[in-house]
Write a protein of this length. Structure first.
Length: 277
């Protein structure tokens, strides 16, 4: 059976996904009868598919303006994605599905509030309420390495934040990212952040994402690193996080234990994807 869906390719600082608008009944019907994990793997392939870090479905929702489902490049489903939710907000507003600059998006991790920054009728940046992080100190035994201490941060999805005295090298990233992210210490896997403190207002962060590998940026990962740095006494409440794809502004309110993230959302192109199933 041949199937066909319209899509939008978007990214937040290079963290790119294929987005499918499931508001139309025809698209919703196709999605309901599709193996979504297989579709995510196919469209994400950078050689034989559209090419992306994963697949995002934008769906109608009774409790919020919309809901989103996120599938990683390996087909696994993610609870939350900070870069993706900014892009969803941009799409909803610019497509006329939501006419207000403030909206709520339902995710597996819960409902997240967005505030869109509009310029000339287009969404320039998005501020997202990323919720209440849960943190704990932990350590990990890794073969060939000394015991590694890290901060465990749950942003609705799991993160392990490791601090280094300098920016992690490509060689270390290749060696440690997958080994830590798939280690038995984390039965469901984890996202891994390697952070370097520039000063009290800036962090350098590289991210190995569960289900996708190293990505250009990770919104929840930037938040996790910022919270961990603040709790270690290394930074203040407002932090610029430098990622491979650009910068995110993170604000942490320690009294409320809430964190917000501000960053861009960019549309790359639109098209139609067809496949046999």
């Amino acid at each position: 059976m041949r199937k066909e869906l319209k899509f939008v390719k978007m990214h937040g600082l290079g963290n790119d996904y294929v987005y499918i608008d499931c508001f139309p009944a025809t698209a919703a019907a196709i999605i309901a009868s599709t193996d979504l994990s297989a579709l995510a793997r196919t469209v994400s392939d950078r050689h034989f598919g559209i090419g992306s870090d994963g697949l995002v479905l934008i769906l109608p929702c009774k409790e919020a303006e919309a809901s989103m489902r996120i599938f990683n490049a390996d087909g696994s489903e993610a609870e939350m994605c900070g870069n993706a939710i900014r892009c969803v907000g941009k799409y909803l507003y610019e497509s006329g599905l939501c006419t207000q600059p403030k909206m709520r998006i339902k995710t597996i991790a819960g409902i997240r509030k967005l505030c869109l920054h509009i310029q000339n009728g287009l969404v320039h940046e998005v501020t997202a309420d990323m919720g209440t992080p849960k943190t704990a100190t932990d350590s990990l035994a890794l073969k060939g390495r000394d015991l590694l201490g890290f901060t465990s941060v749950n942003m609705g999805n799991p993160h392990a934040v490791f601090f280094h005295s300098e920016v992690i090298s490509d060689a270390e990233m290749a060696d440690l990212g997958e080994r830590i992210g798939t280690h038995p210490h984390f039965p469901e896997g984890t996202n891994v952040e390697f952070a370097h403190v520039r000063n009290a207002r800036e962090l350098d962060v590289r991210v190995w994402e569960r289900g996708s590998g190293e990505t250009m940026a990770c919104g929840t990962g930037a938040c996790a690193a910022a919270v961990a740095a603040y709790q270690m006494g290394e930074t203040g409440e407002e932090i610029i996080v430098h990622l491979k794809g650009g910068e995110l502004l993170i604000h942490y309110d320690p009294l409320e234990n809430r964190i917000t993230m501000t960053g861009p959302a960019t549309e790359v192109f639109r098209g139609t994807y067809s496949w046999e199933e």
